[in-house]
Design a protein around this ligand. Sequence first.
Ligand code: TMP
Length: 208
Amino acid sequence: MSPGKFITLEGIDGAGKSTQLAWIVDFLQGNGVNVVVTREPGGTPLGEELRTLLLNSSLTMHPETEALLMFAARREHLDKVIFPALSRGDWVISDRFTDASFAYQGGGRQVGITKLENLEQWAQGVLQPDLTLYFDVPVELGQQRIAGIKSADRFEKEQTEFFQRVRTAYLARVEKYPERMLLIDASQSLQKVQEAIRHIMEKVFPLK
Ligand code: TMP
C-alpha cells in the first residue's frame, strides 16, 4: 500500500477553495486514490461543535481563546480522522489546517507566533501537510465573493484590514515554506485555476 498523503487548502474567505476541493477530489479518485475529505475547524463531532462556537457571530472571545479552541479542534481531528486515515494509506484533503491559525489568529488577531508554534508542536508533533495549495485573491475580490451569499459568520464580518493582515501572513508562509506551500492565483477564471491545480498535482504526485 502506498503511504497516504496529506493535502491542505488555504486562502482568505472568498478565495474559492471549497469550489476547487470537489474538483481535486474527483481528480484523485479518478486516479484510483482513496480520499478522505475533511475540514477545519471541524471534521469530528466535537470539532463541529467547536466550529459552531467559533463561527457564531453573536459570541465574542479573546484572540488566545480562539487560538486554543482552533487547536483543540485540531488535536481531536488529528486523533480521530487524519492520523488513522494516513496510517491506512488513504489521502487526506483538508479544507484548512494549521496555516489558517498562523494567518487568522497570528496575522488577523495578532496572537504571538511563538505561542502558536508551541500549540502546533503540542497538537501535531512533527506532522506537516505534504502539500498546501494556497488560493490567493486580493482582499477586495474575496470580500465581493462572500458579500450577500449568506449571513456573515464571526470571521466573515471582519473588516478589510483584518483580511489584509490574514493575506499578508499567508503570503509570508508561502515564502517561508516554498517546498510545501504553493500559491495559486485564484483571481483567474475557474478553468485557469483548475489547470494550475492539475499542473501542480501531476508534478508533485505523479499518479500514473
Ligand atoms: P471556512 O469558512 O473556510 O470553512 O473556515 C471557517 C473560518 O475559520 C474561516 O473564516 C477561517 C477560520 N479559521 C481560523 O481562524 N483559524 C483556523 O485555524 C482555521 C482552521 C479556520
